[in-house]
Write a protein that binds this ligand. Structure first.
Ligand SMILES: [Zn+2]
Length: 282
């Protein structure tokens, strides 16, 4: 277990790239084998803006990464943060708790804030205006969003007192998890449902990409589903009823142009439509 953590402490950039590209390729192939919906789109053409934004996300995180290293070093030297204040625990419990908390501060928290604060929603909108959600949608984030998420992750490292091994393990799991839950794949419904009690399953996350409220404002989690279930933001909608995108930004051509997407956060805010929820959709 210690070796495992040590590996992530010093994980080479080449291995991180391999996880990103390998994950993308793996889920891409799986999407062809067991697609959730037969999306009528040109897969490569659709991927272009998404891969562009994946690249900008990588660049932002690469440029700022030194701050994560410095912070993780500082919290360990000063024994600061939750993990350092708690009594000693077994290594696996330490790792699990660390990743669980990083998932909250690095993903759930910035995500819900981006949905609730209007200017930040306009930034996050770029992620939601994809009309064909697949594994390439995972990192379709405006560069400003990449910075916002980074700041929350950095804040998380301080609060949690996370060593670099846990930060890197978390980031690797977070990456694969987001590629998995955006992938246009169809697990057996029961398996997906069962999985959603622990992890954010593909069906669970797709509901977050439904085109109207209140579904868009639900299922914010990335790795673990516990935060949505604990904080009352979990929702269910049958996969057959899903429509991707945001109803007040319906222009598919505009939503696939890199230039337009870069400017999207500065467009005029439009209030999304709220649909009444039927009782059985819980
Ligand atoms: Zn969202």
């Amino acid at each position: 277990m210690q070796d495992f953590l040590n590996y992530f402490e010093t994980i080479p950039s080449s291995h991180r790239t391999l996880i990103l590209v390998g994950g993308l390729a793996f889920f891409w192939i799986l999407e062809s084998a067991v697609p959730l919906s037969r999306l009528s789109y040109k897969k490569w053409r659709h991927a272009i803006p998404n891969l562009f934004f994946t690249l900008t996300t990588i660049i932002v995180n690469f440029v700022l990464a030194f701050m994560l290293f410095k912070s993780a070093e500082w919290v360990m030297d000063n024994q600061f943060g939750i993990l350092n204040w708690l009594p000693n625990m077994s290594l696996w419990a330490y790792i699990l708790l660390g990743v669980l908390l990083m998932d909250f501060f690095g993903a759930y928290l910035p995500h819900i804030v981006e949905h609730k604060v209007k200017p930040l929603w306009m930034v996050h909108l770029v992620h939601h205006t994809d009309h064909y959600v697949d594994t390439t949608t995972a990192n379709r984030h405006h560069p400003i969003e990449s910075v916002i998420r980074f700041v929350f992750t950095l804040f998380g490292v301080f609060i949690i007192g996370a060593p670099m091994g846990i930060v890197m393990l978390y980031q690797s799991l977070s990456l694969v998890s987001t590629q998995f839950n955006h992938a246009n794949i169809k697990l057996p419904k029961k398996v997906d449902k069962l999985l959603s009690y622990v992890l954010v399953s593909p069906d669970m996350h797709k509901i977050h990409h439904h085109y109207v409220l209140p579904y868009t404002d639900s299922n914010y989690g990335n790795i673990f589903s516990v935060w949505d279930r604990l904080l009352g933001t979990y929702m269910y909608l049958d996969r057959e009823q899903l429509v991707y995108g945001v109803d007040v930004f319906p222009d598919e051509v505009e939503n696939s142009r890199i230039g337009n997407l870069l400017k999207q956060p500065f467009q005029k805010y439009k209030k999304p439509t709220i649909l009444p929820v039927k009782k059985n959709q819980k």
